[in-house]
Design a protein around this ligand. Structure first.
Ligand code: SF4
Length: 97
């Protein structure tokens, strides 16, 4: 079971959550999340840690757009979502306003 989404076992609001965490069963696209098949820790690197590995996985993920949209709409603060870091998502949101 994932928990990058909401109150599931893997809560994205928690630094311990991982994107395979991107699934609480409420969003069909989460079933296709490629990160579920990888090391979830790569999606929640320590401060200053590399995001390269996670972003490479996201590049190949078929639900990347859905994932990014979800993160933007839910103001996800931690981790890599849709191939973007928190800072990159903030920047993107700022441009969209
Ligand atoms: S885009 Fe990245 S973080 Fe989002 S579901 Fe796909 S692999 Fe996971």
């Amino acid at each position: 079971m994932w928990n990058i989404f909401g109150e599931g076992p893997l809560n994205l609001a928690s630094p311990d959550a991982s994107p395979s965490l991107h699934n609480d069963g409420m969003h069909a696209w989460q079933d296709q999340a490629l990160c579920a098949q990888t090391d979830p820790e790569a999606f929640f690197p320590e401060k200053g840690g590399s995001t390269r590995e996670a972003k490479q996985v996201c590049q190949l993920c078929r639900v990347r757009d859905d994932c990014l949209r979800y993160a933007l709409e839910n103001d996800e603060r931690f981790g890599i979502w849709g191939g973007l870091s928190e800072r990159e998502r903030r920047r993107l949101k700022g441009r969209a306003v």
